[in-house]
Design a protein around this ligand. Structure first.
Ligand code: SAM
Ligand code: SF4
Length: 344
């Protein structure tokens, strides 16, 4: 199968961009404490790319050599029409133009979406779930029902879709439970990625005190398990390990470190058509204008080429304002947008 493009997306540091995370909504049926505020305000619908625009953009990106598309949000499954959109994108998978179509979801609406995902050729998904305790789940998500998520995971696995569990490590809410979550997941054939909390968007009360370094979590786990580095690499921010006792895969996503920037092959597009070249930077290029104003592709091509020029060598984050005021003489940066806007 040839996925070659006449003008592949190569940035100023020679990195080939082949992976796009595409957010289709900023809305969500949950309000995870580290992601959103309780009374989050959402964008007016007219600001969002329509499904037609999102599809056209996806096909355009595929034409420029993007091989993998991950649909995310907000919660992608809450937006009306998403299943039809996925089916349309599935045609790109079935025709061999798109190597992989994946989804990141909170899982609450997953069960009903599984047949459409199978039809669309989705072979693996990430489901976010930070605890297996219904009361703690309800607290972290401000009202979510854990049973729905577990049912959704079961339905996906029964349909042959591989599921990876995304777990944000939280000092108070789940640090002590992480070994149980990993053991539970591995016993069911689920890979697990632990994620360090990232300082996205507005200050969220308590997020800094919930921060736990995954280095420390790894030490915890290694005190009773053999957790050995694995050679799996995705060009993303995860480092992979095998847990000898469970046989399962464990990814550690530490976005505050720079271990993945040199091989970063990914960019993000928000639901309003803003292209972010780096999760940790606010620089963006507008794709919605070119999509809305120009029936052709000249302006889209120009916008992408401009964006490629400024994908930074690496990102810079900070959690607490007094933690790391500068790095290498450069001010360290808290991206202004939330994860629910950019997609995880
Ligand atoms: N709603 C979907 C979900 O929860 O999977 C997709 C979007 S969500 C923004 C994608 C991922 O980002 C989730 O795994 C979530 O836990 C993670 N996330 C959100 N805010 C975060 C933060 N501040 N730090 C680290 N991870 C975060
Ligand atoms: Fe919604 Fe996902 Fe953010 Fe939780 S992490 S509030 S599920 S978008």
């Amino acid at each position: 199968m040839s996925l070659a493009s006449p003008s592949p997306l190569v940035d100023a540091f020679g990195r080939r961009i082949s992976y796009v995370r595409l957010s289709v909504t900023d809305r969500c049926d949950l309000r995870c404490t580290y992601c959103m505020s309780e009374h989050q305000t959402f964008l007016p619908r007219k600001d969002l790319l329509s499904w037609e625009e999102t599809l056209r953009l996806s096909r355009f990106l595929i034409g420029r050599g993007v091989e993998r598309l991950r649909i995310t949000g907000g919660e992608p499954l809450v937006r009306k029409g998403v299943l039809d959109f996925l089916r349309e994108l599935g045609a790109e998978v079935h025709a061999g133009r798109l190597r992989e179509l994946t989804l990141t979801t909170n899982g609450t609406l997953l069960k009903g979406a599984v047949p459409a995902l199978v039809e669309a050729g989705v072979r693996r998904i990430n489901v976010s779930c930070d605890t297996l305790k219904p009361d703690i789940y309800r607290r972290i998500t401000r009202g979510g029902d854990l049973a729905k998520v577990l049912d959704g995971i079961d339905a996906a696995q029964t349909a042959g879709i591989k599921v990876k569990l995304n777990v944000v490590a939280l000092q108070q809410d789940n640090r002590a439970e992480l070994p149980d979550i990993i053991a539970f997941a591995h016993a069911r054939g689920l890979a697990v990625s632990l994620i360090e909390t990232m300082p996205m968007g507005d200050e969220i009360a308590g997020r800094e005190t919930q921060f736990v370094s995954l280095k420390d979590v790894l030490l915890d786990l290694q005190s009773f398990w053999q957790v050995v580095p694995s050679t799996e690499a995705t060009g993303g921010p995860a480092r992979y390990y095998r847990v000898a006792e469970t046989g399962g895969l464990l990814g550690l996503i530490t976005p505050l470190s720079h271990n993945f920037c040199d091989t970063c092959n990914r960019v993000r597009v928000t639901c309003t058509g803003q292209l972010y070249m780096c999760l940790g930077q606010d620089d963006q290029v507008d794709l919605r204008g070119p999509l809305r104003d120009d029936a052709g592709e000249d302006r889209l091509n120009a916008a992408l080429d401009e964006a490629l020029r400024f994908k930074p060598r690496r990102h810079d984050f900070f959690i607490a304002s007094d933690a790391l005021p500068t790095r290498d003489g450069q001010p360290i940066h808290r991206p202004a947008r939330t994860m629910s806007l950019t997609g995880g």
